[in-house]
Design a protein around this ligand. Structure first.
Ligand SMILES: [Zn+2]
Length: 490
């Protein structure tokens, strides 16, 4: 960022809560199904149909709110947000306005700047104020499709109409695009951890918007802000914010100024472009939803939900470093995803070698996952099987080079480490009698070198080791080979 300027960024995240059914009716909350398959009079907005709140939404909303440091309000009110849009059959969205489900939270987020190549450096915690998380229903979807020889046509799919959302709104607390990036990832992981949402941006069940403005360092007032939408991945969001910061600084410096408007990220051209200006801003005419009671939650309910929240990612990160003696970098990679963290813990427990488990997962296995498009969640090699491989290595049944080959075969065939080792005849020779025999054969076949070694050319030890390993097809225990050779060559 240009010297003398600072960015002011606030974030809004819409997370789809992971319920089986919609927020105010019994329709399945699946929007990949046949268009309009999951609809009923309530979510179609037919006259006279009445909404009934889904209790599961309150439960998942509470889990999300509590694990993001928010306070749940004893009473919250659903309100109608009025606007006209084809994908909104009722002409209003049921949301929450002045009395949201939860509010006033403080969240600590680990964040770091990145260097030119994108590597994070100097992770440190920042405190973010979360103003609120309210509950609301999602709208449907306008679908625009073209057919060969036919003009583009549009239709409306209301499968998504009425699926439950939690909208999480922060204060203008971020100063860099990377802080916003780390925050969204933090929220994404927490929501996945507690099972409140799949929180997958690519699938659209986590959507975010950024409010961006800039000001001179030391200035108290906020300048005009721009709302960034259409951010399909966390990385695009970060790029869009970065672009917008530079664009606004330039616009202020040139005297042109910044308009209060909504802009979209144009992925092809790597820039933001205007979607609509402030003049088109809606007046939503909120009023309390007359068909729903105020939502009241008891202290007992909140206590029960609190007791169900598992260890959160940051606490797990600290524990991995402490209990498994992992570096920050390794531990944070392992807690990057809930199934990866579980995979690691299962491997570490079964192998009794936490350090090696981290190394194997983050290097060899990760490489296989990447190449095959797998992850810890659907790994062809189970944690138990990887642990067995690590034990073989620790017990010196096989060597490191062989272990890597065994893993590749395990990955391809789905077989256990024991089966692959047996099939390939890889078991390491650790029988001293057998090794002595090979050493003697090698010495007998290389009398000249034996004489030279005994005459003082000790560098030849490497030659003998190589010959013995070759004769044993790589299966001799290298440590024992060394010991036996040193003894016999004396
Ligand atoms: Zn319905």
């Amino acid at each position: 960022m240009k010297e003398g300027w600072e960015a002011v960024i606030g974030m809004e995240i819409h997370a789809q809560l992971k319920t089986e059914t919609k927020i105010f009716c019994g329709c399945a909350a699946n929007f990949g199904d046949e268009p309009n398959a999951n609809t009923c009079p309530v979510c179609l907005g037919l006259p006279g149909a009445l909404p009934v709140l889904n209790e599961k939404v309150v439960e998942l909303g509470a889990k999300a709110a509590l694990s993001l440091g928010l306070n749940i309000n004893e009473t919250s009110i659903f309100s109608r947000k009025n606007y006209f849009y084809p994908d909104l059959p009722k002409g209003y969205q049921i949301s929450q306005f002045d009395k949201p489900f939860s509010s006033n939270g403080t969240l600590e987020v680990l964040t770091a700047e990145r260097d030119e190549s994108g590597h994070a450096k100097d992770w440190k915690p920042i405190k973010i104020h979360i103003e609120r998380m309210h509950l609301e229903e999602d709208a449907g979807k306008n679908v625009h499709e073209g057919l060969p020889d036919v003009d583009k046509y549009s239709y409306i799919d209301l499968n998504r109409a009425g699926t439950p959302l939690g909208e999480i709104v922060t204060g203008p607390d971020f100063r860099t695009s990377w802080q916003a990036y780390d925050y969204v990832n933090h929220v994404r992981r927490v929501l996945q951890w507690v099972g409140a949402s799949d929180a997958d941006m690519e699938k659209g069940n986590l959507r975010c918007e950024a409010n961006v403005s800039v000001r001179k360092v030391g200035e108290e007032k906020f300048r005009n802000k721009v709302e960034l939408k259409n951010l399909n991945s966390v990385r695009f969001m970060q790029k869009a914010i970065e672009y917008e910061i530079e664009r606004q600084i330039e616009a202020h410096e040139s005297g042109e100024g910044v308009n209060q408007e909504t802009r979209l990220w144009d992925e092809k051209n790597n820039k933001t472009k205007v979607m609509r200006s402030k003049e088109d801003a809606h007046d939503y005419r909120y009023f309390p939803e007359p068909d729903l009671q105020p939502l009241k939650v008891s202290t007992e309910f909140i206590e029960k939900i609190k007791s169900e929240i598992p260890e959160l990612p940051d606490a797990m990160l600290a524990r991995f470093q402490r209990d498994y003696d992992l570096t920050f970098a390794d531990a944070s990679q392992l807690v990057g995803d809930i199934s990866l963290a579980a995979f690691y813990e299962a491997t570490a427990a079964a192998s009794k070698n936490a350090r090696a488990s981290a190394n194997w997962i983050l290097s060899e296995l990760q490489r296989e996952w990447n190449a095959a498009g797998n992850s810890a969640a659907d790994s062809p090699v189970s944690a138990e099987n990887l642990a067995e491989l690590i034990r073989f290595l620790d017990e010196e049944k096989i060597n490191g080079k062989q272990a890597k080959e065994v893993l590749i075969e395990m990955f391809a065939s789905g077989k256990s480490a024991a089966d692959v080792v047996k099939e390939q005849g890889l078991e390491q020779i650790s029988d001293s009698g057998a090794i002595e025999k090979i050493v003697e054969d090698v010495m007998a076949a290389n009398e000249g070198q034996v004489a030279a070694y005994r005459g003082g050319n000790e560098k030849l030890l490497g030659f003998f080791v190589g010959q013995v390993m070759k004769a044993s097809k790589g299966q001799a225990n290298p440590k024992m080979v060394n010991e036996v050779l040193l003894e016999k060559l004396k």
